[in-house]
Design a protein around this ligand. Structure first.
Ligand code: SAH
Length: 468
């Protein structure tokens, strides 16, 4: 198959706001070029062999130039790769997809453009502001607040502005835009909201009027990325705000990972409005199962699958070695519904049990780490730190002000310490944070390593177990 390029809108921040099509393209991609505002968590959808290219600003490097981005898209596609160009929000809304698609087209390469939820609409929704309303607003305008030579004329053209106006990239020029609108006859009392890092746990919203907002933004130190929404609809936020009322809104939580299960904690806290990130990112690596091991499985009476991956990895090895599902033991067991579902997709019935029993042969991953080594009877795969995420993890760790670290297991305490050492984090950094644990054993273990200050809010949730 020849290479092609898919321009994908990543949505504004919340990973749930990408489209099904966008997700599918990421799952099939051989290489992803992504910007700073595309949520890097989305890259976890890619296959293990997919390569990532960051096009945003790095502390030690300049931003990747547009010509270089265009050329990379072309070169990768010509090398027969499926290329995804992942952009924040919608790729066409102040996202230069026009220029990039033109370059790709001129090189004779096929492409698709998958739209995304643009940040003005998303920011308004997550701040509780309906962009149109039968009583207050009959139109909605998207504008760039950034004046560069090329769009200078366009930015200041005297068109009809509309009832609700969104300014992208507008923090720096906010005073200028407010003045210009008032000169055009907008009342100084016109409502304005500025929303920073919309749709994420870092979202901050400030409100004012055309006359006052500049001062408020300055006082509150609102920075990019931020969206300015101007119009009477802003007032509706008083009653319609919902995201900012979530139980964990604004909380910044790291989840120390040592197994693949812990993404559930990340999802739970993201859904409750927190900024949550589980790290390091782990990947499943298939293990070669020996013929002797396969024979042992086939001659057993009871077989327990510890995870969905163990099902597909084992059946893979079966087929490669001339076996098939009819050679499985007569009694199959699972610990979770997810694994049962995976077996069903192969036409296999299983029974759910709470605990492994001594007479079951167990298949699952082999956790090769200190602390809590799980000995499986047959390891189908390993969990390894996914090195592709090193830079991303490092950037997120440094750029954000984390408050709390969750330790789901003893092994995660060691993994977290190893990670910090690897990234040269000073011990003092840990003293600024609070901690929460899944279970008393983990707590006791973490305390011996100096993680003592408990975050009671988060600990309560973990103790109640609602996230499971
Ligand atoms: N293509 C993007 C916009 C790119 S321009 C889209 O459709 O949303 C970059 C500007 O988008 C930022 O300067 C900021 O004004 C806005 N923006 C992007 N993500 C945002 C977010 N999460 N919260 C607030 N503004 C955001």
């Amino acid at each position: 198959m020849s290479g092609y390029v898919t321009f994908v809108g990543a949505g504004p921040g919340d990973v749930g706001l990408i489209t099904e099509k966008g997700k599918q393209s990421l799952m099939e991609a051989d290489v992803v070029l992504y910007d700073r505002l595309a949520n890097p968590r989305l890259l976890k959808l890619t296959k293990n062999s997919c390569q990532f290219i960051y096009c945003g600003k790095l502390p030690d490097r300049h931003i990747m130039r547009q010509e270089k981005i265009n050329q990379t898209l072309i070169d990768m596609a010509l090398a027969n790769k499926r290329v995804v160009r992942l952009k924040g929000g919608d790729p066409a809304v102040f996202g230069r997809v026009g220029e990039e698609a033109q370059a790709v087209r001129n090189a004779g390469i096929a492409y698709e453009i998958i739209p995304g939820v643009t940040s003005s609409i998303a920011a308004a929704a997550y701040a509780g502001i309906p962009v149109t309303h039968r009583e207050y607003s009959a139109s909605f305008t998207l504008r760039t607040g950034h004046a560069c030579e090329k769009n200078e004329k366009k930015t200041h053209c005297d068109d009809e502005l509309g009832d609700t106006i969104a300014y992208y990239m507008g923090v720096k020029n906010l005073p200028h835009h407010c003045d210009a609108l008032m000169k055009k006859g907008f009342s100084p009392d016109t409502k304005v909201a500025v929303i920073e890092w919309a749709t994420t746990g870092k979202q901050r919203t400030v409100e004012g009027t055309l006359a006052t907002i500049t001062q408020i933004v300055k006082q509150q130190n609102i920075q990019n990325p931020a969206m300015t929404i101007i119009g009477e609809v802003v007032a509706l936020r008083q009653s319609l705000s919902w995201f900012e009322r979530k139980s964990m809104f604004g909380k910044r939580i790291l989840i120390a990972k040592s197994s693949a299960e812990e993404s559930r904690l990340e999802r739970y806290f993201l859904n409750e409005g927190a900024e949550a990130y589980a790290l390091p990112t782990l990947k499943h690596v298939k293990r070669n199962i020996s013929v002797a091991e396969l024979k042992r499985i086939c001659s057993a009476d009871k077989l327990l699958f510890l995870s969905p991956e163990s099902v597909s990895f084992l059946l893979d090895s079966f087929i490669k070695n001339g076996y098939d599902s009819r050679d499985l033991p007569p009694h199959l067991y699972v610990l979770s519904e997810k694994t049962a579902k995976c077996l069903r997709s192969f036409g296999l019935k299983s029974e759910k049990v709470a605990q492994p029993a001594a007479d079951m042969v167990k298949v699952g991953y082999d956790l090769q780490r200190q602390g809590e080594v799980i000995h499986n009877d047959v390891a189908t795969h390993h969990l390894q730190v996914d090195d592709r995420f090193r830079d991303i993890d490092k950037r997120l760790l440094a750029e954000e002000e984390w408050e709390t670290v969750i330790f789901p297991s003893k092994a995660s305490v060691d993994a977290f310490l190893a990670l910090l050492k690897d990234y040269d984090y000073p011990k003092e950094w840990l003293q600024k944070l609070s901690y929460a644990y899944v279970g008393d054993r983990v707590k006791a273990y973490a305390e011996t390593k100096g993680f003592e200050k408990v975050d009671n809010d988060v600990q309560n949730i973990l103790t109640l177990g609602d996230w499971r």
